[in-house]
Design a protein around this ligand. Structure first.
Ligand SMILES: Cc1ncc(COP(=O)(O)O)c(C=O)c1O
Length: 398
């Protein structure tokens, strides 16, 4: 540890009962039992950093919780963070507050397309992408990812076949959930070039951008920075909530350099009165962006250690389970085909025999068969316990 730097403790096990945590509350419904280690919803079991909690406490020292504006420094601290971390100069007018990225995806679908329009996504992918398309009565079109050398790659040949006169939007997950791919600049350039040929606007969900793992040798590239066309035809979403473990606050941002596109999107937010935030959204984002770098680095080092522990454990003890090693974030895509179970049976086996609550692969669409998604943003002792339970369950099956 460097002198004078805070040392954060990610080993502490924190009981989340009685907080209405989705991760715990929905176990019975999803896994058929409450008796599971919940390693599913993509939030962390680490303490939300102290500088964020303090920002909220400080605000609560004032006795009136009245109607409140976003502090103007919300914009400057967000754009400074993006410049420092992703080398992107975001002008003030490009940037706006967004009350959550999943809501933002739905707003974009509604603001930029009409019922019956086609929208392309790349499964297996974060499942709300499907919901915001289908529940808004748009047509879901898929460009499934391919797996090469243990990681996902885009299938550009297939993509070329997927555009029709009705294609109006592409929703990109950059970096990718559940595969943890940090798309390279070259891949994104080629991707943007194809979308340009077909003149299709892109929503780039970059919520995982600040979680590129130290072991990956990758760098996040905002899609909007790969070409002049992509800058003018991308709606980018970013947020401090995932990386700083405060998703319950709901605080994110949109960035749209093209003024016509921005107006269409912003007008939709305005018309729905969705362009303001709750009083904690701005102050927590600022606290995160202004104080969070050391915490972010230490958290990513810890998560990297968890991924390495998991990969070693599986290789040495349960080689039937093959993890896709993520380049970003704390979600690990597990290929369990060699366990010889159909996806539903596999999910039940994990829940009821191993006592582990993981996401079923098929909710992420095509390519999710025989897979589960495991969240490793937990104290190492919990992950060790999970692996012990899994090993026992697999051994007793044989
Ligand atoms: C790709 C992606 N987008 C969005 C979200 C959630 O965003 P929000 O909490 O801002 O709605 C997640 C959470 O896991 C995610 O993985």
């Amino acid at each position: 540890m460097e002198q004078g730097k805070p040392q954060y403790n990610f080993n502490e096990v924190i009981d989340r009962h009685d907080t209405n945590a989705i991760k715990l509350e929905r176990c019975k419904a999803l896994f058929g039992t409450e008796d599971v280690l919940p390693l599913w919803v993509a939030d962390m079991d680490f303490k939300t950093p102290d500088f964020i909690i303090k920002a909220i406490q400080q605000r609560l020292e004032h006795p009136i919780l009245g109607y409140t504006m976003l502090p103007k420094e919300f914009y400057s601290s967000t754009s400074k963070w993006i410049k420092d971390h992703h080398d992107w100069d975001v002008h003030r007018e490009w940037l706006g507050f967004l009350p959550g990225i999943v809501p933002g995806l739905s707003f974009a679908v509604q603001a930029l397309t009409s019922p019956g329009d086609e929208i392309i996504v790349q499964p297996p992918v974060y499942y709300p992408f499907f919901h915001v398309i289908e529940k808004n009565h748009r047509v879901l079109v898929t460009n499934p990812l391919k797996e090469e050398a243990g990681r996902f790659v885009m299938d550009f040949e297939d993509l070329e076949q997927k555009f029709t006169a009705k294609t109006k939007l592409f929703i990109l997950c950059n970096p990718h959930n559940p595969g943890g791919r940090v798309w390279s600049k070259e891949e994104l350039k080629q991707f943007a070039y194809i979308c340009e040929k077909h003149q299709v606007t892109i929503i780039s969900d970059e919520i995982h951008a600040d979680m590129v793992l130290p072991g990956s040798n990758c760098m996040h590239t905002p899609l909007a920075t790969v070409s002049a066309w992509s800058e003018q035809n991308t709606v980018t979403f970013m947020a401090p909530t995932k990386v700083f473990n405060m998703p319950g606050i709901i605080s994110s941002a949109y960035i749209v350099p093209n003024s016509e596109l921005r107006q269409r999107f912003a007008l939709f937010l305005e018309a729905s009165e969705m362009n303001g935030g709750n009083m904690f959204a701005g102050i927590t984002a600022m606290a995160a962006y202004e104080n969070g770098e050391e915490w972010r680095k230490q958290m990513l080092d810890y998560v990297q250690g968890n991924i390495e522990y998991l990969a070693d454990f599986l290789k040495n003890n349960i080689p039937q389970i093959n993890p896709m090693i993520p380049e970003a974030s704390f979600l690990v895509w597990l290929d369990c085909e060699a366990l010889g179970m159909e996806t539903d049976e596999l999910h039940k086996f994990f829940s009821l025999k191993a006592g582990l609550g993981l996401n079923k692969g098929t909710i992420f669409g095509t390519g999710g068969e025989y897979h589960l998604r495991l969240n490793v943003a937990c104290p190492r002792s919990i992950l060790e316990q999970a692996m012990k339970q899994l090993q026992q369950a697999v051994n007793s099956k044989q």
